[in-house]
Design a protein around this ligand. Structure first.
Ligand code: ADP
Length: 646
């Protein structure tokens, strides 16, 4: 504040000039001065300045004498006393005479200005208050109360919407409800959708049971009415209302907690000791509070559900026996579960955020992740650990927005079973060979040992055919056993085009008999393969035999070879019966045959297993594309002969 007129009464000329000209006037005050109490009294009485600053010790009349004279003359403006004496008696005396402030010399100019400002402000406030009608003051008081209530509401709103623990949220809410409504008690009921009951979740009344055992039916209770109608309820009366067994109240306000247009509970305040009504705006305040509360409950529930899910997931990750590694798109580890740490001999430290290749050096694992990222579908493969003692079947998937997830399952026992089974089959096949050869020889001897009647000749013919097909089956089994055991380790540079031409010639009778249109497309400069020529011939032969067998007469067969970076790509395509989608994943398994193949064609179900075994022994891959009724394409990729690396 500035612009007010101040009378400064000070006998010391230097101090008077300094305070008037260097302190008060620069601060914007209009300053009158007097050199003693007598002069000061006259000026104050006649000119009625807004404030008087008076020194204590002065000639003729001291500050207190002047003050007393002014009070006698009904001077009501504020007065500040300056004194070099800081005695308590003087201070008490001065305050009794109505001094507004008391400055002990020497003081800082700022102290003077602060005192002046405060004293003037207080004076004006008193003046205004004195002149303002009582009604206005009442309204002002109400306004202040409302503002304080709003402040409380905003504050509680901020607090509860940031809390994530449901119990704390609700305790805070009922505390605020009681405070804002000046109620005796507050309570919060939540709706159990499954039973259509309200159960008491929080209450400020220790007599109420908040264990969840106490329930009110929505269909038949006061609180239930709020849920049913989605409207607040206000009850006031001279008499007590029964809101539940043994719980009587004089007045209550219930407001619904609404979330996404559905009532999820009821917030209530009650007066049960005194006949006291709620103020009209209580309903409004509680409704706002209820809106915050519904959001806060939703937040807390969502948070609890997320926490629960995270805990469940953590437990699964921790307890599963499968090794699981998750990396982000930049190959930084997001998760490495305890099973993975154990398999790859890692400590139990936290690997989150570290680059995968810094943590795991296993080439097969790194290869799985690096190649897997190129496609959307991921890939799978086998990973050998513990110096080949154990085998893991790894499935890598790409998850958009997360990264890559590898799940590795220990299949050591399955591999062992497979090995034992193959060994058994090979042994049995081998042992069956000699008796079969004997049967065949004796069948031939029977034919030579004398004339046979027609029926006998027919039976002998059937025995012959059956023994032949068992022999083929056994040869296939033995072949497969050898391939799987990796016995054919002999490798040499091989020309695939030459092999293809030989097979085409060898099978000429077969495809010509069915008048099939067989086309072979071979590029002129086909690179060499490095492999076992007999096995590679067997591979081409099996694929072509199938194409001829499963393609009807006059159908088309295309055998082509191309290049894809360092790989030779062989394709055998036909326009035959095709393979149903459901059978495609299994056709490379031993003895697997489609239903149509079983019904209409001869076969052992071992040809493709042999082909797959040969392809894998040569470091290649094979897959099938087929459409039932339209045809089938088998594609084989084999690495080219790299002279430097062999
Ligand atoms: P099979 O002795 O039955 O021919 P394979 O192992 O060679 O045994 O083939 C397994 C199964 O795959 C066959 O029974 C047949 O159902 C299917 N199959 C293989 N090649 C073809 C093809 N070119 N066209 C249609 N089906 C085929």
């Amino acid at each position: 504040m500035a612009g007010e007129r101040i009378l400064l009464v000070e006998d010391g000329a230097d101090v008077r000039h300094f305070l008037a000209e260097s302190v008060l006037q620069p601060a914007g005050y209009d300053v009158l001065t007097a050199a003693d109490g007598v002069e000061g009294f006259t000026l104050a009485r006649d000119l009625q300045p807004d404030l008087v600053i008076v020194d204590y010790l002065m000639p003729r009349q001291d500050g207190l004498e002047m003050l007393a004279a002014l009070r006698n003359a009904n001077f009501e403006r504020p007065i500040i006393l300056m004194t070099a004496e800081g005695s308590e008696a003087l201070a008490v005396h001065a305050l009794r005479l109505g001094v507004s402030d008391y400055l002990i010399k020497p003081f800082n100019p700022d102290d003077l200005l602060t005192a002046v400002d405060r004293v003037l402000r207080e004076h004006w406030t008193r003046q205004i208050t004195r002149n303002v009608p009582a009604q206005l003051l009442g309204a002002n008081l109400q306004m202040e109360l409302r503002l304080r209530e709003l402040d409380t509401l905003v504050e509680i709103g901020k607090r509860v919407t940031s809390l994530l623990d449901l119990q704390s949220v609700l305790n805070q809410v009922i505390g605020a409800a009681v405070h804002l409504s000046h109620a005796e008690h507050g309570m919060l009921l939540l709706l159990d959708e499954s039973t259509r009951e309200l159960y008491l979740y929080a209450s400020t009344d220790p007599a109420q049971d908040v264990t969840g055992a106490f329930r009110l039916p929505v269909a038949d209770s006061l609180a239930g009415r709020v849920v049913r109608t989605c409207r607040p309820l206000v009850l006031t009366s001279e008499d007590l209302h029964k809101i539940k067994t043994d719980y009587l109240v004089y007045s209550l306000v219930y407001v619904p907690l609404v979330l996404q247009q559905k009532v999820i509970g009821v917030l209530g305040v009650t007066n049960r000791e005194h006949r006291q009504e709620f103020e009209p705006h209580t309903l409004q305040l509680l409704s706002v509070l209820a809106d915050f509360t519904a959001i806060a409950i939703d937040n807390a529930r969502l948070y609890a559900a997320t926490e629960h899910e995270r805990d469940t997931l953590n437990t699964i990750m921790r307890d599963t026996e499968d090794a699981i590694i998750v990396v982000d798109p930049r190959d930084h580890i997001l998760l490495c579960n305890p099973a993975a740490c154990k398999v790859f001999n890692l400590g139990q430290e936290n690997y989150q955020g570290r680059l995968l290749s810094d943590v795991i050096q296993h080439q097969a694992v790194l290869g799985l992740f690096s190649k897997g990222g190129q496609g959307r579908r991921g890939r799978n493969g086998e990973i050998s650990v513990d110096n080949g003692q154990r085998t893991l079947n790894a499935q890598m998937s790409v998850v958009q927005g997360v990264g890559k997830i590898a799940v590795m399952q220990d299949i050591t026992y399955l591999k062992e079973l497979d090995r034992i089974k193959s060994e058994f089959v090979t042994t049995v096949s081998h042992d069956l060979r000699s008796p079969l050869t004997a049967i065949l020889s004796y069948v031939e001897l029977v034919e030579r040992s004398g004339p046979l009647n027609e029926a006998q000749a027919q039976f002998i013919g059937r025995i012959h055919t059956s023994v032949q097909s068992i022999t083929v089956l056994i040869s296939d089994l033995l072949e497969l056993g050898k391939i799987e055991a990796g016995f054919d380790k002999d490798r040499e540079p091989v020309q695939l085009d030459v092999i293809i031409r030989q097979v085409v010639e060898a099978q000429r009778q077969l495809w010509e008999a069915k008048e099939q249109d067989l086309l072979v497309q071979l590029p002129g400069d086909l690179p060499l393969l490095f492999g076992n020529p007999l096995r590679l011939r067997q591979m081409v032969s099996n694929l072509m035999e199938n194409a001829i067998k499963y393609t009807p007469a006059r159908g088309r067969i295309r055998v082509s070879v191309g290049m894809d970076s360092d790989f030779v790509v062989l394709r055998v395509a036909d326009t035959g019966i095709g393979i149903p989608q459901k059978d495609q994943p299994y056709i490379f398994d031993k003895f697997y045959r489609s239903d149509q193949a079983i019904d209409e064609f001869e076969g052992t179900g071992l040809g493709l297993s042999i082909v797959k075994g040969i392809v894998e022994q040569h470091g290649g891959r094979i897959w099938v594309d087929s459409h039932p009724g339209k045809g089938t394409v088998f594609t084989v990729m084999l690495p080219c002969y790299d002279q430097e690396s062999t």
